[in-house]
Design a protein around this ligand. Structure first.
Ligand SMILES: [Zn+2]
Ligand SMILES: [Zn+2]
Length: 367
């Protein structure tokens, strides 16, 4: 079928909306008519070729929409169902079998490298030319996308479908990181470094839901930090104006925080996120630094029972977490709609510009 998709012709090129042909869904595939798609920094990392992806390619991995057509083996959804999409995984490796598909052995090939289906076949063409897709098992910067039961989540129809895409990456990463990876407990303290973006704000909302009583945002921008108060942040540390480790110790009566989350992908900030922990504290690394980036830590700091863990997609099984996040949203306990600004699909490059300028927390394209 004919679709419109935002194609990146070569690394660093802008998004150009082109008419392409998308395959019919195979037996295990689901065709989704896109309603909305969030923009995530990983899309821009891919656009610039800093991820192992193929060009010309279609990115986009926070898609939500309505099922148009399903293959004969699909039983989880039917045409007309509202769905959100997330990362894909193989379903058969050790990690997938044990319920941790974010650690799937095939995470990189399936979500990035192959540029199409798990068997390597492409899903999109322009005449004779192959256009690479399969980004996070969806490539949803397009009017239609193919997904599978591995990365689709049926969502309720009484919430606006166009706003649900970010649940599949930003929300899942920040909230899953708090609920599943760090397991933030009632009465605890958490410091979120780079906590003013959509992942950080998702972590703030989840920490509030978990009952953390000190939710500390660390950033260099006072104005952006102030915006996080409405999501549940309780303390603000401007790391440009003070030593954030000292300041966090002060806020926590000298002992440090129980948990920290690093969302900036910078080694010197990861060091701070570890150094500000109380004994036995846990630091979750969410920021994705370029391959080969090293960090130095004081070994004595780790010896005191502190943990540093990497977090991908919040260690979440999307089909379990996303419906719970929607319940929290409906109860007013996870007001993620407040961080969204909408753009029409045609204005994708404007949305990228505004995102890079820090004018929006989460840009969502509407179709
Ligand atoms: Zn797997
Ligand atoms: Zn993402």
């Amino acid at each position: 079928m004919k679709i419109k998709a935002a194609v990146v012709r070569e690394p660093g090129s802008p998004f150009v909306i082109e008419e392409l042909e998308l395959d019919d869904p195979r037996d295990n595939e689901i065709l989704v008519r896109m309603a909305g798609c969030g923009l995530c920094s990983t899309d821009l990392t891919a656009q610039h070729g800093h991820l192992p992806v193929k060009f010309p390619g279609v990115f986009g991995h926070e898609g939500s929409g309505i099922v148009e057509k399903v293959g004969s083996m699909v039983s989880m959804v039917k045409p007309g169902d509202h769905v959100a999409m997330s990362y894909t995984s193989c379903g058969g490796c050790n990690s997938c079998t044990k319920g941790h598909p974010t650690h799937c052995d095939s995470f990189f090939p399936f979500n990035f490298l192959l540029g199409g289906r798990p068997d390597g076949s492409p899903t999109m063409h322009k005449g004779d030319e192959t256009i690479y897709g399969g980004f996070f098992g969806q490539s949803s910067f397009a009017t239609y996308a193919l997904a599978t039961e591995r990365n689709i989540v049926k969502v309720p129809e009484d919430v606006p479908i166009e706003m649900l895409g970010p649940l599949g990456c930003a929300l899942q990463t920040g909230a899953g990181g708090v609920f599943y990876s760090l397991e933030v407990k009632f009465g605890s303290s958490i410091a979120i470094f780079g906590g003013t973006g959509s992942v950080g704000i998702s972590a703030i909302m989840a920490a509030a839901v978990s009952g953390a009583t000190k939710i500390i945002v660390v950033s260099r921008n006072d104005e952006k930090m102030k915006r996080t108060e409405q999501f549940g942040a309780t303390h603000f540390v401007n790391s440009g104006k003070c030593d954030p480790v000292e300041e966090i110790k002060k806020i926590t009566g000298g002992v440090g925080v129980d948990y920290s989350m690093e969302c900036t992908a910078r080694p010197e900030i990861l060091r701070q996120a570890v150094d500000c922990l109380a004994m036995g504290g846990k630091c979750g690394l969410v920021g994705a630094a370029p391959m080969g980036t090293e960090v130095s830590l004081d070994m004595q700091t780790l010896l005191d029972g502190r943990t540093v863990m990497g977090i991908v997609e919040g260690d979440a099984v999307s089909s379990i977490l996303i419906p719970k996040l929607i319940e929290l949203y409906k109860q007013g306990r996870m007001p993620f709609d407040k961080m969204i600004d909408y753009y029409s699909f045609e204005d994708i490059n404007k949305a990228v510009e505004d995102m890079q300028a820090g004018k929006v927390i989460k840009a969502v394209l509407k179709f």
